[in-house]
Design a protein around this ligand. Structure first.
Ligand code: ADP
Length: 472
């Protein structure tokens, strides 16, 4: 379980990354120091070789070791201490060597000899028996174009090796130690950083469908986990809201459908029991038809609304001339108005183009006109007007009806909201018309506004974005 935790994975990643960095860094450091130490030795060897190659020393090159040591010490000085010198002829045979080599012949490889014949200076490392590694130079000496001598000088790498060994020892101790510390520190830090996740987990466990009001504690809203918790909280808020709406919606729908069903049932039962004459049955059927119409209206509206919410209501978007559309629905609206003794007028003397679904836009304006006519008393007036605002088409439906109280205004676009429930039922309303109008307007990229003064009337204004050709 612990091996699958983020804490373990983080610590492991830290440690592996640091281990790789440390090993790479140490190797680089080690190799650089080694190169530097070797380069120093090689520089020294070259200086001595050049001195030995000096023509002044020519007579002593083949002399006995003791004499050569003395000459070299006199000529080169203390730099020669601890160095081995060997003079070889062009065939690689040793002619003379310093005393410290005793009888030992310092090896000269074939490639170094061949290099010398070609005039190349070469460096080699060899291990003399019982001695430390020795770095040597093979320095060729020419006379009239012929290889005469090869001066070989060797220097023990003891001190360089010592230094390098010490460095290695430091690495061997410090790398595992720092890794150990890092593992511990990483484990501790990851634990601290992930603590809020633990808190969130515990808090999230308490959330159920019944308890969606619970929120996660946000310790630091600016860090990643804080942002996660905030996002989770806002998702919860949306979920809670949507749960509430669904519950409210089911309650509303059952309530709304229950009334017409109760009426339908009651009237049918009474009719079956008492009605005898065909006229009575006709009346009963007519009343039943009204209730059935109301129910199918409710269901139709609800279907449209939920399709709109899901973005699944098919829209046949095209260039629509609102003036033409409104003039077209005027005769129908006028008929409704006349029936109720209300005067309906239209103002709008130029075409205004928007991009929209002709049928859906018709539905929007018919709903508004239907409401205006329905709620305005006989003798009242309803005015439909069309104008264009910058970037928008503006359609206004103003009536001289009873108006809407200020406290109801914010809710009239909510589903099933009615200002005067009993009276509105008598008008045959579903309480869904304005929600559909609002959703349809918004689906067209527009907005709807309402102003109303109780006793004086209401003004509904729909703004729809002008189609791009219109704006140009
Ligand atoms: P309904 O089917 O009841 O008319 P709506 O959603 O169309 O449902 O309207 C919601 C409520 O807003 C109505 O019940 C009514 O109380 C109020 N309302 C809408 N339009 C008007 C208006 N023009 N004048 C007064 N009240 C209105």
């Amino acid at each position: 379980m612990i091996f699958k935790s983020i804490r373990f994975t983080l610590t492991l990643w830290y440690s592996v990354t640091l281990a790789v960095i440390l090993v790479l860094f140490s190797s680089f450091l080690y190799l650089t120091i080694r190169k530097q130490l070797y380069a120093e030795t090689e520089r020294e060897l070259l200086t001595i070789a050049e001195s030995v190659a000096s023509p002044t020393l020519e007579p002593f090159r083949s002399s006995a070791p003791s004499v050569m040591d003395q000459v070299l010490e006199d000529f080169i000085g203390p730099k020669i201490t601890g160095k081995f010198v060997q003079i070889l002829d062009s065939s690689g045979k040793v002619y003379s060597r310093s005393k410290n080599l005793k009888e030992y012949t310092f090896p000269l490889t074939r490639s170094a000899l061949q290099g010398a014949r070609l005039g190349k200076i070469s460096y080699e490392t060899a291990k003399a028996p019982g001695l430390h590694s020795i770095r040597s130079i093979a320095f060729p000496l020419f006379n009239e174009g012929r290889l005469t001598w090869v001066v070989q000088i060797g220097s023990s790498l003891e001190s360089a090796t010592d230094t390098l060994d010490k460095i290695l020892l430091v690495f061997y101790i410090s790398i595992p130690l720092s890794l150990l510390l890092l593992c511990y520190g990483g484990w501790f830090l990851a634990g601290r950083a992930l603590k809020p996740v633990d808190l969130i987990t515990r808090s999230a466990r308490k959330i159920t469908a019944e308890n969606l009001s619970h929120r996660l504690e946000v310790i630091n809203p600016k860090d990643e986990i804080g942002r996660l918790a905030e996002t989770f909280n806002s998702t919860l808020a949306r979920l809670e809201n949507s749960f509430k709406r669904t519950r409210q919606f089911s309650a509303d729908v059952s309530h709304e459908l229950r009334t017409p069903l109760t009426i339908l049932r009651g009237e049918t039962e009474v009719g079956l029991k008492w009605a005898k004459e065909p006229e009575e049955f006709r009346e009963l059927l007519q009343s039943n038809l009204d209730e059935v119409k109301r129910m199918s209206d409710i269901i139709e509206y609800l279907l449209d609304l939920s399709r709109l919410e899901e973005g699944e209501l098919p829209m046949n978007l095209q260039e629509v001339d609102l003036q033409e559309l409104l003039l077209d629905l005027m005769p129908h609206a006028k008929l409704l108005a006349e029936k109720r003794g209300v005067t309906l007028t239209f103002t709008g003397n130029s075409p205004v183009f928007v991009k929209g679904d002709q049928l859906r836009l018709r539905q929007v304006f018919l709903n508004l006109l239907d409401n205006a006519v329905k709620y305005t008393q006989a003798g009242g007036e309803v005015e439909l007007s069309l104008a264009s605002d910058p970037g928008y088409a503006k359609v206004t439906v103003a009536d001289t009806g009873p108006g809407i109280p200020a406290e109801d205004l914010p809710y009239i676009f909510d589903r099933f909201y009615r200002v005067d429930k009993a009276r509105n039922r008598a008008h045959g309303g579903t309480g869904l018309g304005l929600s559909l109008v609002k959703s349809l307007t918004e689906a067209h990229g527009g907005k709807i506004e309402v102003t109303s003064e109780p006793g004086k009337g209401s003004v509904f204004t729909v703004y729809l974005p002008l189609s791009s050709t219109e704006i140009q």
